[in-house]
Design a binder for this molecule. Structure first.
Ligand SMILES: NC(=O)c1ccc[n+]([C@@H]2O[C@H](COP(=O)([O-])OP(=O)(O)OC[C@H]3O[C@@H](n4cnc5c(N)ncnc54)[C@H](O)[C@@H]3O)[C@@H](O)[C@H]2O)c1
Length: 251
């Protein structure tokens, strides 16, 4: 098992991509902390993963957009497991709005969760990783860091910022043996995107036409990339962003 005994925090781990990554980690022997604003969802998911994979899985309620909440979450993880080896900054929101209908509050909310959240979690966790000799941070970015689908200005900018957060943290944290990498999915069918595609089947069709592999992705499609980047197999990889998108960005 490639992550045996390693302690991993997955933000937004209650469902969707976070859950897919967390399940993959558990199958590789990691001890899990699912940090999610949805406490009940995190509890249920942690229980199910623990039963299925036979690992210790902790659920912690956390709003990544609030630095105090993040600090409390990291303290709870340290109390339970004593260290953190892997952080996956996955919690994210994707509210859509045409540019002219956006408000300052809309913009701020997206930035707070998608970008500030990753920064707050990384800041709190990296300080602990320094004490234990290193670790791996993985940011769940998006093809929207470099492409601009319509009605997604705030989302695209937040993911563009997250992409640069990956690279600049990688540079600053390399001397501490902390690797920072990104995963860039395109169209993954989750609760968040299912809702969008149900309201816009033509949009789904248009998007699918851009995926050379001809299918949507599923949360478990992200797990392999995350396991690899978290594991010692990626010991010399930092500052990279790996598309997991069926070829979307290649087109
Ligand atoms: N689904 C896709 O097609 C796709 C594509 C590219 C990138 N992504 C990224 O993947 C990540 C997960 O997306 P998803 O599709 O699984 O979404 P989702 O809505 O299905 O799951 C997101 C999880 O994050 C949690 N969350 C939301 N706000 C939070 C907060 N402030 N603090 C803590 N937890 C919070 C939710 O409760 C939920 O459990 C996001 O960062 C998203 O931008 C998704």
């Amino acid at each position: 098992m490639r992550l045996e005994g390693k302690v991993a925090i997955v933000t937004g781990g209650a469902r969707g991509n976070g859950r897919g990554i967390a399940e993959g980690f558990a199958r590789e022997g990691a001890l899990l902390a699912l940090a999610d604003v949805n406490a009940q969802g995190a509890e249920e998911t942690a229980r199910e993963i623990a039963q299925r994979c036979g690992v210790d899985a902790l659920a912690v309620q956390c709003d990544v957009a609030q630095s105090e909440s993040v600090d409390r979450m990291v303290a709870a993880v340290l109390k339970r497991f004593g260290r953190v080896d892997i952080l996956v900054n996955n919690a994210g929101i994707l509210p859509q709005a045409p540019f002219l209908e956006m408000t300052p509050g809309f913009w701020t909310t997206v930035m707070r969760v998608n970008l500030d959240g990753a920064f707050f979690c990384s800041l709190a966790v990296a300080a602990e990783m320094v004490k234990t000799g290193g670790g791996s941070i993985i940011n769940v970015e998006s093809m929207a860091a470099t492409q601009a689908p319509p009605n997604s200005v705030a989302y695209c900018v937040s993911k563009g910022g997250l992409h640069m957060l990956t690279r600049s943290m990688a540079v600053d944290l390399a001397p501490h043996n902390i690797r920072v990498n990104g995963i860039a999915p395109a169209i993954i069918l989750t609760d968040q995107t299912r809702h969008i595609f149900e309201n816009d089947p033509a949009g789904l069709e248009r998007n699918l036409n851009r995926v050379p592999m001809g299918r949507v992705g599923h949360p478990e499609d992200l797990a392999g990339a995350a396991i690899f980047l978290a594991s010692d197999e990626a010991a010399y990889i930092t500052g990279a962003s790996l598309p997991v998108d069926g070829g979307y960005l290649a087109r």
